[in-house]
Write a protein that binds this ligand. Structure first.
Ligand SMILES: Nc1ncnc2c1ncn2[C@@H]1O[C@H](COP(=O)(O)OP(=O)(O)OP(=O)(O)O)[C@@H](O)[C@H]1O
Length: 296
């Protein structure tokens, strides 16, 4: 288990982290979400020993992370950290060797990850000559070539084209299946929803919501219905008890039902106003859950 336990961090009078706790199991993909400035990078930097927590600790397999433990983590920093003048393959080999890989293992891993991340034809190029997206891929390869036990990635998908997103997503899923806990931060919530088994939303210095997307939906409480009645009378649903109209556009209505509201009463009201062409429960997206959690 990778455990972030009660992290507190203050910069001057800015109380960034006020007791951040979450855990990522081996083989779990954890999407770390939060508004700009919420403290995601700070949390990851504390795990990597690049910032010091005022309180709390990060543990891997029950032991507080120290420099030896961090050697076994593949980390992608937000500020990126490549040597611009070095060639791609030389640079990746260097990172793999730095993390203790033998020369043969390093060569094998560099060949594999450059192939998998679409960099095979860039192996001999200097990093500074690559496009930003390709530099990003090299940075990801750098986090992966040492065969890490844990992956901590700060916005790994930002700046990648759709093919790059897919190859990184495939690589992370494959690493997860091999038992690696993966934590990544992202503002691309559609990707987080698609890839992650667990999500944590950081706001006001704490994790304000966490769990599977299904669990977050269940915690949300309200039930939403989408009802389409193409020639409905405007405002037809407002009088149904326990119902709030979320949006209404040319007969396409989204409703929020409180716990006591009866969806059959909604259906009856819809039928009274016209022909019902769509009547279904609507699951809030992660974007909507995020907005709710951050605003609460
Ligand atoms: N070295 C530092 N000195 C002072 N303040 C800092 C330092 N590093 C971070 N902060 C502050 O800590 C807060 C959290 O920043 P952090 O980069 O961790 O957020 P984030 O969630 O990663 O944001 P983003 O999504 O924009 O990358 C911000 O208010 C930032 O200004």
């Amino acid at each position: 288990m990778l455990e972030f336990d009660g992290l507190v961090k203050t910069y001057g009078d800015n109380q960034v982290l006020q007791g951040v706790s979450f855990a990522v199991a081996p083989g779990q993909m954890f999407g770390f979400c939060g508004s700009n400035g919420a403290g995601k990078t700070t949390t990851m930097r504390i795990a990597m020993g690049l910032a010091r927590a005022d309180a709390g600790e990060v543990r891997w397999r029950g032991a507080p992370l120290d420099d030896a433990g961090r050697q076994r983590i593949g980390y992608m920093p937000e500020e990126r950290g490549l040597y611009p003048k070095m060639k791609v393959a030389d640079q990746l080999t260097y990172f793999a060797r730095l993390h203790g890989a033998s020369s043969a293992d390093a060569d094998r891993a560099v060949a594999e990850w450059t192939e998998r991340l679409g960099l095979a034809d860039k192996r001999g190029e200097r990093v500074e000559k690559l496009s930003l997206g390709n530099q990003q891929r090299v940075q990801l390869a750098a986090a992966l070539v040492s065969g890490p036990e844990v992956l901590i990635l700060d916005e790994p998908f930002s700046g990648l084209d759709p093919v790059g997103v897919d190859s990184l997503a495939d690589a992370l899923v494959e690493r997860c299946r091999a038992g690696v806990p993966v934590v990544f931060s992202s503002h691309q919530l559609d990707l987080v929803e698609r890839l992650c088994d667990a999500v944590g939303i950081l706001a006001r210095g704490r994790i304000v919501a966490s769990g599977t997307v299904g669990e977050l939906r269940a915690q949300e409480g309200g039930r939403q219905l989408r009802v389409v009645v193409p020639d409905a009378d405007p405002g037809w649903a407002a009088a149904v008890p326990g119902v709030r109209v979320v949006s209404e556009q040319r007969g396409d209505t989204v409703l929020e039902l409180d716990v006591a509201a009866d969806d059959q009463a909604v259906l009856a009201a819809a039928l009274r106003t016209g022909r019902v062409t769509h009547f279904a429960r609507r699951e809030p997206s992660l974007v909507e859950l995020f907005r709710g959690a951050v605003a609460a």
